[in-house]
Design a protein around this ligand. Structure first.
Ligand SMILES: Cc1cc2nc3c(=O)[nH]c(=O)nc-3n(C[C@H](O)[C@H](O)[C@H](O)COP(=O)(O)OP(=O)(O)OC[C@H]3O[C@@H](n4cnc5c(N)ncnc54)[C@H](O)[C@@H]3O)c2cc1C
Ligand code: FES
Length: 271
């Protein structure tokens, strides 16, 4: 069950260009949140912005976290895109923040230990919701595809390297890795994953990326889950401001905050 609670900022640092990492000491949420779930954060004490903003948890360190540092803390990787995220950059160490979580349904994991290939495809800040998954899947056959418009949008590669050596990078301007989109790069490599067990594909990024993915290969050959990022009002199912159209026979419009944010890609209908 999600709940509202307070946490204490432990760090809020620019990692590169428009991207920041916010650390919050908040054991109640750090102990419960699963990869793909999210929190609604009150980004400042001011009246504006009134609405909380949704964020995935880049890393959560529960009480039994194998590394002893930062236990009870969670980390949010965020990009400045507007007034709320700009205000977030002013949060300081020691400041209290209010958050609601854990919200939504996270990724379904393969049965572990897993012999299947696990493939993560992240575009831009979308890799934020995939990192905690990579940590859980680190002892499996794990492949990580990271993409962005330029090298400035390629984030946290060193953290992913702690989970796997199979990392593939693409930038649209060719300034780092292969030139092109991360979907193009994945498509050139997908034959690697032909095998006896159906590979798991986990993805997060802009809507156009999911659309491209779902149209460009037979998604049924993969167990393909996508974490969607729509604009949200409440974050807990009340306002219906976040719906996407699906092939669900009874309720085609599903709430990203409640039924998602993770959906099977084959169930999403693109208009
Ligand atoms: C489940 C979920 C998890 C998310 N996780 C992360 C995360 O880990 N890191 C991160 O940086 N961002 C994440 N986001 C997106 C983040 O919530 C938005 O960037 C943030 O709310 C923008 O607030 P703002 O006030 O700065 O922007 P606003 O001033 O509200 O908007 C500025 C611009 O950004 C666009 N925009 C705002 N929100 C979204 C959105 N959700 N999707 C697409 N475009 C948007 C607006 O259309 C507008 O053009 C997530 C969103 C969801 C739904
Ligand atoms: S954001 Fe209100 S129902 Fe999803």
């Amino acid at each position: 069950m999600p709940f509202q609670t307070e946490g204490t900022v432990i760090k809020n640092e620019r990692i590169q260009s428009l991207y920041f990492l916010l650390g919050i000491d908040c054991p109640p949420i750090a102990n419960q949140i699963k990869p793909g779930q999210f929190v609604m954060l009150k980004v400042s004490d001011d009246r504006a912005p009134l609405l909380r903003r949704p964020f995935s948890v880049y890393q959560s360190c529960p009480d039994h976290y194998p590394e002893k540092t930062n236990r009870g803390c969670l980390f949010i990787l965020y990009k400045i895109v507007g007034k709320g995220t700009r205000k977030m950059t002013a949060l300081e160490k020691g400041q209290k923040v209010n958050l609601i979580g854990p919200l939504g349904n996270g990724f379904t994991l393969p049965p572990l230990p897993s012999s299947a290939s696990n493939i993560l495809v992240g575009g831009g800040v979308g890799i934020a919701s995939l990192h905690s998954l990579a940590e859980i899947l680190r002892d499996t056959n794990l492949f990580v595809f990271i993409g962005g418009r330029t090298r400035e949008d390629i984030l946290c590669v060193e953290d992913f390297k702690k989970c796997t050596s199979a990392i593939f990078i693409a930038t649209e301007d060719g300034s780092l890795g292969v030139k092109g989109t991360v979907v193009d790069l994945f498509l050139t490599q997908r034959r690697k994953f032909k095998g006896s067990s159906r590979p798991y594909l986990y993805t997060c990024g802009p809507m156009a990326m999911f659309q491209r993915l779902s149209k460009s290969f037979n998604a049924k050959k993969f167990i393909c889950q996508a974490s969607l990022e729509t604009r949200m009002g409440c974050g807990f199912g009340a306002c219906w401001g976040c719906v996407v159209k699906t092939n669900h026979p009874q309720t085609p419009y599903q709430r990203v905050c409640e039924e998602g944010p993770v959906f099977y890609l084959e169930n999403i209908l693109w208009e």
